[in-house]
Design a protein around this ligand. Structure first.
Ligand code: SF4
Length: 71
């Protein structure tokens, strides 16, 4: 699984890293520190990734298939 965070949509509500503390973190302004990034989610954090995507009121977080076979 891959997670993408759209920096143009992220408004810094902070819900994503509250429900996915092992996957996401906050920056000094309260925005998700991984804003603008796309990266693979480790298997054991897929649940947190789904919760983060569901929790974001701006729909800034999207999930997709990983491009690597083992993730
Ligand atoms: S919940 Fe959404 S809007 Fe809020 S910090 Fe996370 S990505 Fe940004």
């Amino acid at each position: 699984m891959r997670i993408s965070i759209d920096s143009a949509r992220c408004m810094g509500h902070g819900r994503c890293y509250a429900v996915a503390p092992d996957l996401l973190s906050d920056d000094e302004q309260g925005f998700v520190a991984q804003s603008g990034q796309t990266f693979d989610v480790p298997d054991h954090l897929h649940g947190q990734a789904r919760e983060a995507a569901d929790a974001c009121p701006e729909s800034a977080i999207s999930l997709g298939e990983s491009t690597t076979a083992d993730a």
